[in-house]
Design a protein around this ligand. Sequence first.
Ligand code: SF4
Length: 287
Amino acid sequence: MNDKEQMSLFNLTPSEVPLTELPQADRVAETLTDKKTARSPKNPSPAASTSVPVSEQFASLDDLRDVACNCQKCPLAHTRTNVVVERGDRKAKILIIGEAPGEQEDLSGLPFVGKSGQLLDKILESVGFDTNRDVYICNTVKCRPPNNRVPTEIEATTCKPYLLEQIRLVDPKIILLTGATSLKSILGVKLGITKVRGQWYEWEGRLVMPIFHPSYLLRNQSREQGSPKWLTWQDAKAIKAKYLEIIELKSGDAPALSDQSEGDFEKSAALSAQNPSVVSIEEDEEF
Ligand code: SF4
C-alpha cells in the first residue's frame, strides 16, 4: 500500500455520520455496573451486527481458534500463510482490534508483532500495561490481504463473526479500535479517525475508544503538542485512567501514571524517529 492509500484511511474530511448519532459514554460507571445495552437506534449499517446467533456461537476461545485456523470462508484463505487469531490475555479487560495481519503477523500467526506492534506495546507499557497480561489483541480479519491491501467489505463481513465471538468470550470492559477499518467494523459507520480518536463511545455495554493505528504514528514522527503521537499519549493516559476507574482499584493496587511513564513513551518515540527502518512500512504493513 502506498502513502496515498495509507493516508486515505485517516480521512480528514468531515465525517459522513454526525458524531451525535453515536452513543456517547458519558455515564460510564452506571452503564457498566448495570450492564445496559446502548445500541444506537440510528446505527445504520448491516455490517454493524453485534452478535452471532446462539446456534453459531463458540463454547470457548480454543474452539474458535480451531475453527478459524481451518477457515476457508473468504478468498484470503488462498493467500495466507497462517490464520492470525489472537495474542495477550484471554481474560483481559481491554481488547484491542487492528485491521488485518501484515507480513510478520502472517508468518508468525500472531497479531501486532511487527514494528507497529512493537510501538503499540511501548505505548501500553508507558502507562503501566503489560501486553501479555492486561490486553487481548486481535484483528478485524484473521488472514493477511495480499500486498497488505485494505480488507474488502465482503472479507470483513465474512470474518466478523469470529471478531464478535472473541469480544463475547473475552468480555472486555474497554475496546480500542486502531484505525479506520476496525472503527467501521464495530461502530458500523464510516468516520474519519481524526474526528473520533480519543472519544469514548458506548457499544453493547462496553466502552469503545478509537485510536490512531501505530503504523500511522510510525509515519508521523513529530512529538509536538497536537501531533498524532502527542494525541496518542493523551489517549493512553485516558485509557489507563478509565481502566483504573472501572476496576475500582485503590491507590497502590496498580501502577500509577507518572512522569517517568511519559518519559518512556517519549524515549521510544525518539528512538523510532532516529531509526530510519522504523518508517519503512512497506515491509511492516498492518493496515
Ligand atoms: S479472513 Fe476470516 S473469513 Fe476469511 S478465510 Fe480468514 S478466518 Fe476465514
